[in-house]
Design a protein around this ligand. Structure first.
Ligand code: ZN
Ligand code: ZN
Length: 184
């Protein structure tokens, strides 16, 4: 496959994987008592080429195969995810997908693929709680977002006191909130 060329270059850095200094989430985002996988990605429909889409899909599949509770952060659903990723990785141009495990930065599709192949991913995720096979969130259907109840997704609220329409601060730029049932 075409992506094999890149993988070889990256896998040599894997041996130092556990010892390198990790980028951590801000404490508000990351709770070390709650083993969690954060998966930043971009909806495949909005990705322009099949190559990157299938690569991203492969790494999602290899992580999803463990049936963990994954905090999926689709940057096409919420621009704040992109900003968060830019600030955590301290780069302006971010590539996707990017995976964090227990708040530690792991890497992108190539790293995840290599870790999966050598069994490292299975080892790290061994003590993580598992979901029931075939479980789908009843509330959001695994979309991870729900329409904002505060403004009904319109992003606008009429302020009775001030007498004008203002921006709803509960939701994101798409009038969505994180699904309260599967994203906390
Ligand atoms: Zn949900
Ligand atoms: Zn709202």
């Amino acid at each position: 496959m075409a992506e094999m060329r890149k993988n070889n270059a990256k896998s040599s850095s894997l041996s130092g994987f556990l010892n390198r200094s990790f980028t951590m989430f801000a404490p508000s985002t990351f709770d070390s008592n709650h083993p969690k996988v954060h998966f930043f990605h971009k909806n495949q429909q909005s990705q322009n080429r099949a190559a990157s889409a299938s690569k991203s899909h492969d790494s999602i599949d290899s992580v999803k195969g463990f049936r963990l509770w994954i905090d999926e952060r689709d940057i096409s659903m919420d621009a704040a995810y992109k900003k968060e990723l830019q600030s955590v990785l301290k780069v302006r141009k971010v590539t996707l997908p990017q995976v964090f495990i227990k708040g530690k930065y792991i890497g992108g599709a190539d790293v995840i693929k290599s870790m999966f192949e050598i069994g490292e991913l299975a080892r790290i995720l061994d003590d993580f709680p598992r979901r029931q096979p075939g479980f789908v969130c009843n509330s959001c259907g695994d979309v991870r977002f729900a329409p904002c109840g505060n403004c009904n997704g319109s992003r606008k609220l009429f302020d009775d006191d001030e007498g004008f329409v203002k921006r709803c601060f509960e939701c994101n730029e798409n009038g969505l909130i994180r699904c309260p049932y599967c994203c906390d």
